[in-house]
Ligand binder design. Structure first.
Ligand SMILES: NC(=O)c1ccc[n+]([C@@H]2O[C@H](COP(=O)([O-])OP(=O)(O)OC[C@H]3O[C@@H](n4cnc5c(N)ncnc54)[C@H](O)[C@@H]3O)[C@@H](O)[C@H]2O)c1
Ligand SMILES: O=P(O)(O)OC[C@H](O)CO
Length: 330
């Protein structure tokens, strides 16, 4: 066995596989766990993950497995499954691993049932495990090809954030550290909802000017929401807030934007996901509900949620947003 530090990655989807790759490039040995035994078999036999990240040859320092015992003795575990699965996944780790280990939560979303952010969910399931979150503008395809990327890793224990940032950064994957967990989580969760709206505008043919206006007003909603939930403006202006809004709201490379774009072109809600994970669909309602609880005005989030609930058509949504009473910008 190697003497390199051992990092665990739970979830061998697009992002888990990409993060496993950068972690090896940063000098670690990676145990890549997934419950999908056929994916493990393909990774072990052919060194590829065709279901989630086709065309990529995996590093030899990635050890694919479905056996949770292989995660004992890793130095940290990156949890890279969808936001709505984080409770079950952390519970499974807490019940099966021999001792607690730092968890880096990489999902972007808010739990629908509880209105909890990812670190609150994880803390509830495994109070002893030190926690961090990783977020920021980053497409798995770009990261795995070694294209330059910068993200934020936040933990209330800033020394832990700094240590993990150092351990996981590589020449092409630059990690900034922060202690502002709340802001980093809000940025990652909310931008997915707004990206659906921006995609819908483009799919409907409403033009680049409309998209720019929508992005700017969406960012104003994000800032209002974050300030009511304890976020800090400086963090929100950074990679995990502004940075990820710019990326995800700009291109159909984003699954959330692509979902909105298909809706705009007339696809049904069922057809629009194209079978891909679209986190914004799961976060929209809970984001709106949390905004209402604190009296925060979020017309764009509300309107896109109404479209996702089939309470408004897209054309009605545009009418609603354009015909609100005029007001001061700030
Ligand atoms: N793909 C990206 O470029 C990217 C970038 C940054 C962040 N993220 C975030 O990472 C998270 C995962 O995204 P992804 O792109 O890897 O998704 P994906 O659909 O490609 O992969 C999801 C993975 O989670 C596993 N999984 C699903 N349900 C599970 C459960 N109940 N228990 C255990 N494992 C389960 C699947 O087997 C799969 O390995 C999302 O929250 C996403 O927003 C993705
Ligand atoms: O493809 P999306 O829309 O899930 O976005 C992926 C990343 O979150 C972009 O930072």
């Amino acid at each position: 066995m190697t003497t390199r530090p051992r990092i665990g990655v739970v979830g061998a989807g697009a992002w888990g596989t990409a993060l496993a790759t950068v972690a090896t490039q940063a000098g670690n040995h990676v145990v890549l766990w997934t419950r999908e035994t056929d994916v493990v078999a393909e990774m072990a036999t052919h060194g590829t993950n065709a279901r989630y990240l086709p065309g990529v040859k995996l590093d030899k320092n990635i050890h694919p497995t479905s056996d949770l015992a292989d995660l004992d003795n890793v130095e940290a575990i990156l949890i890279v499954t969808p936001a709505q699965t984080i409770r079950a996944v952390v519970r499974m780790l807490a019940e099966n691993l021999k001792k607690s280990v730092p968890l880096v939560l990489c999902a972007k979303g808010i739990e629908r049932e509880s209105g909890q952010f990812m670190h609150e969910v994880a803390r509830g399931e495994w109070p002893e495990a030190p926690l961090a979150v990783l977020s920021g503008p980053s497409f798995a395809d770009d990261v795995v090809r070694g294209l330059p990327t910068a993200v934020t890793l936040a933990s209330e224990d800033e020394a832990l954030a700094q240590k993990l940032a150092l351990q996981l950064s590589s020449g092409s994957f630059r990690i900034y550290h922060s202690e502002d967990v709340r802001s980093v989580e809000i940025g990652g969760a909310a931008k997915n909802v707004f990206a659906i709206a921006c995609g819908a505008v483009m799919g409907r043919g409403l033009g680049e000017s409309a998209k720019a206006a929508l992005m700017a007003r969406s960012f104003a909603e994000l800032m209002r929401f974050a300030s009511a939930y304890g976020g800090r403006p400086q963090t929100l202006m950074g990679l995990s807030g502004f940075g990820d809004m710019v990326l995800t709201c700009s291109t159909a490379h984003s699954r959330n934007f692509a979902f909105g774009e298909r809706l705009g072109k007339g696809a049904s809600l069922e057809e629009a996901s194209g079978g891909k994970l679209t986190e914004g669909v799961f976060t929209a309602s809970v984001l709106v509900q949390m905004a209402q609880e604190k009296n925060i005005d979020m017309p764009i989030a509300q309107t896109i949620d109404a479209v996702l609930q089939s309470r408004l058509t897209l054309d009605e949504a545009v009418d609603v947003l354009m015909n609100r009473p005029l007001k001061r910008e700030v």
